[in-house]
Design a protein around this ligand. Structure first.
Ligand code: ADP
Ligand code: MG
Length: 471
């Protein structure tokens, strides 16, 4: 198999998959995947996110994917994922040019003038691509007691950005509860009501990388100046602002925008008071406005979400199924969405009607995972006790065989027993990247098949961690 035909190969796979899965499943999970390379029967594909990859690895998607790949590439085919991170390179717009918002914004010429923050931009307007996804609208954001405060504050902000008591508006809540959706909805609404306002949504991760690139490229002034022109600045997941450099530059931008009466919207996975590693002066700023929490959806809201989201996928769930699901699946909105897609996929693959029985079958897998209260820390400490090594050693850089093995087993167990993402497992296991974690997991699962002592370690550990579960 040559190296360059990964594109053709993937196209053939897609054709097969397309004929075998429901259209929404195909569009959501397979269409966004891009082939990267094919070498020695190892096909590398790029997926938009860690969550996306995890869904592909779940039944029944993994089943169809594996069967298709084997059909096209033979039984020895291997699959590897690349996670596509958002593009980070910040492009600074010209000051005096109208730039069509769908075109990439050109990088400034290095004329000093455009870098001078005291030069007021010309009369002609500046356009910046706001990075908003139309599907994250208020209309699609289902209201419930769990999100009422945050939602109505968001609506108020969108009505009169910068001119309201919520400056900044700080939205916090656990993963999958709608922070990104709601913050984007505010941006979209502002664009609708006040088309002249410059709105920008940026993930804190991207902001951080842009800043680091600006430091390297000696572009800090342009970087700051760019952000100082925004009327409504949305920064998603500010808990990642942990380094002094990023905090400092953000502090200045924050003060500048605040004084200019601009709107700032921040999201985080914890309340402002519980942000770790963030300087007090910045925390104080966060408290100037309103902090509103998104809670896990309550029963009534879960019912609404199941109904609305299934209707979006073109299916009508019988009332008893909705009721059953709303009782059983009690996690984040993202999990509710996953349940619907799984249900839909199952019903189409097996040509089954969506009944309580099918719902039971589907939620059994999900609820099992849910009920696990295991954390990475817990697993790591059980593994350390088991192998009689210290927690410092397991996350250290040492390449000693026993330590490497314990580290890999930890990653394998965390991956299988919790919902931690590859990236977060990596970072908490001594600053590894997601590829290292994936590699560790596949090494351990190969060894389980071939090495008796490893098999025993893993099953001992699993028994300790999950008494009811067999390997
Ligand atoms: P977070 O950023 O908090 O991790 P997201 O905003 O990405 O969560 O939400 C996860 C998924 O759940 C998204 O697909 C989003 O559209 C959906 N979602 C979250 N809250 C709601 C809601 N209230 N109504 C409808 N969909 C929601
Ligand atoms: Mg988010």
């Amino acid at each position: 198999m040559g190296e360059s035909n990964h594109i053709d190969i993937w196209r053939r796979c897609l054709q097969i998959i397309k004929n075998n899965v429901p259209d929404p499943v195909y569009r959501t999970w397979f269409e966004p995947v891009k082939p990267v390379s094919l070498k020695d029967n190892l096909l590398t594909i790029e997926v938009p996110s860690d969550a996306h990859m995890r869904q592909l690895e779940e039944m029944p998607l993994i089943d169809i994917l594996a069967k298709t790949l084997k059909r096209v590439l033979g039984n020895s085919v291997k699959l590897q994922y690349n996670i596509q991170y958002p593009k980070t390179t910040l492009q600074y717009p010209h000051q005096n040019e109208q730039v069509a918002s769908n075109r990439p914004i050109p990088f400034p010429r290095s004329d000093k003038e455009s870098l001078n923050p005291f030069i007021i931009p010309g009369i002609r307007k500046l356009t910046i691509e706001p990075n908003l996804n139309p599907k994250y609208s208020f209309e699609n954001f289902i209201e419930g007691v769990c999100n009422r405060l945050a939602r109505s504050a968001g609506e108020r902000v969108a009505q009169s950005p910068g001119n309201n008591p919520f400056c900044p508006l700080f939205i916090h809540g656990g993963s999958g509860l709608g922070k990104t959706h709601l913050s984007q909805a505010i941006g979209l609404k502002v664009k609708e009501l006040h088309p002249d306002k410059i709105v920008l949504y940026v993930s804190a991760h991207v902001f951080k990388t842009q800043y680091q690139e600006a430091v390297v490229g000696n572009n800090i002034t342009s970087f700051m100046h760019f952000y100082e022109q925004i009327d409504v600045l949305i920064i998603d997941d500010v808990q990642v602002f942990t380094t002094p450099g990023t905090q400092n530059v953000f502090f200045h931008i924050f003060n500048y925008l605040h004084q200019a009466g601009k709107q700032i919207i921040l999201t985080s996975d914890v309340a402002p008071g519980r942000l770790q590693g963030i300087e007090t002066r910045l925390l104080q700023r966060f408290k100037w406005g309103l902090s509103a929490e998104l809670l896990p959806p309550d029963y009534e809201t879960r019912v609404k979400i199941f109904k609305a989201k299934s209707a979006n996928e073109g299916i009508v769930l019988p009332d008893d199924v909705v009721e059953y699901l709303a009782n059983k699946v009690t996690g984040s909105v993202r999990e509710l969405e996953g349940t619907i897609l799984t249900l839909l996929a199952h019903s189409t693959f097996n040509r089954e009607d969506i009944t309580i029985d099918l719902a039971k079958k589907v939620t059994k897998q999900i609820v099992n995972v849910d009920s696990s209260e295991l954390s990475l820390e817990k697993i790591r400490s059980v593994v350390c006790d088991y192998f009689k090594i210290t927690p410092e050693l397991i996350v250290s850089k040492t390449r000693k065989r026993e330590i490497v093995q314990a580290r890999q087993i930890t990653m394998y167990l965390v991956r299988n027993l919790t919902k931690a993402s590859l990236a977060s497992i990596g970072s908490q296991m001594g600053g590894k990247d997601h590829a290292t974690v994936l590699h560790a997991c596949s090494t351990v699962s190969d060894l389980i098949d071939t090495d008796r002592s490893i098999r025993k370690y893993v099953s001992d550990l699993e028994r300790q961690l999950k008494p009811g579960k067999q390997l």
